[in-house]
Design a protein around this ligand. Structure first.
Ligand code: BJW
Length: 241
């Protein structure tokens, strides 16, 4: 992977594949399986503002089920290895996760940014406040701040602007190494980060079960499970190559 000694600033993009070995479903099945389905609904239909307006009960059930599920799951070897890297890497490092679970944080990682929001937060569309949230939203509980029954999951749906894009672009600008882990490369703008990073001079590495849609853009691709590949890569980079 290039000259490891020259790597100072690292940006790591993670996706659903990093949490798969913790027992959290990914969104899209492999090339043979076609799109993953949730009770016959494509993620593109459930995860949109239009889908929420059309059938809020369905969307609340989808997120309530997943919010409950993640609280029963544990970080895996990939989350642990990234947390270790975060703890010891003295130069810039940013873990940009597309995941809405909290497994990076529960593994101990600190420099984590949730570009697609978080399951454990609710967003009030009446007063715009965000509150820590662990329970169901199906019964339309009141907002803890304004009491309005207008809470929605604090996640980024299709057509909405992902969070913290300025910070992400600033980090990509300085990155010497961009690593993409467990994401299919199907969803933008995250899928475009490899091109941004590469154009700005970074080395690019993909760790995924199968080649992502943007696989050809990476300088190097390693195929396998995140629970195997990530600890090995972290050991390598901390060992200096
Ligand atoms: C393993 C593994 C193991 C499995 N180890 N690996 C054309 C071009 C560019 C953009 C667009 C376009 N058409 C439409 C758009 C925009 C749209 C988009 O990208 N659509 C695509 C369908 C084309 N994007 C947006 O709308 C975004 N917003 C935006 O662009 O705003 C611009 C804007 C401008 C001006 C005004 C307003 C807006 C928003 C995207 C939001 C995505 N939201 C979701 C839901 C979040 C909440 C929730 O969790 O429910 O985010 S969708 C879903 O997909 C979720 C994920 O974060 C995201 C990515 O999925 P991910 O993580 O890659 O998972 P999978 O399942 O796809 O892949 C898993 C991978 O892991 C696979 O490759 C496996 O092989 C692998 N794997 N086991 C290692 N053990």
């Amino acid at each position: 992977m290039g000259d490891m000694n020259r790597i100072r600033n690292i940006v790591i993009l993670t996706g659903a594949g990093v949490s798969a070995e913790s027992g959290i479903d990914t969104f899209r099945a492999g090339t043979d399986g076609g799109p993953s389905l949730w009770e016959q609904h494509r993620i593109e239909d459930v995860a949109t503002p239009e889908g929420f307006v059309r059938d809020p009960d369905l969307v609340h059930r989808f997120y309530d089920m997943r919010r409950a599920a993640i609280q029963q799951k544990q970080p895996n070897a990939a989350h642990m290895a990234l947390a270790r890297l975060d703890a010891v890497w003295t130069d810039n490092l940013l873990i940009v996760t597309q995941n809405v679970d909290d497994l990076h944080e529960r593994a101990g990682a600190r420099r984590v940014l949730h570009m697609h929001g978080e399951h454990l937060k609710a967003w009030c569309t009446a007063c715009r406040s965000r509150s820590a949230w662990r329970e169901a939203l199906f019964g339309r509980p009141p907002c803890p701040v304004c009491q309005s029954r207008s809470l929605r999951p604090d996640v980024v749906w299709f057509g909405e602007m992902p969070y913290e894009m300025d910070r992400i672009h600033a980090a990509l600008l300085d990155a010497d190494l961009f690593v993409s882990i467990g994401t299919s490369g199907a969803v933008y703008p995250a899928a475009g980060f490899v091109r941004n990073a590469r154009d700005l001079g970074a080395q690019t590495l993909e760790l995924n079960l199968e080649p992502s849609q943007g696989s050809a853009m990476f300088h190097e691709t390693r195929l396998g499970k995140a629970g195997d590949l990530v600890p090995a890569w972290v050991a390598e980079i901390l060992g200096g190559g």
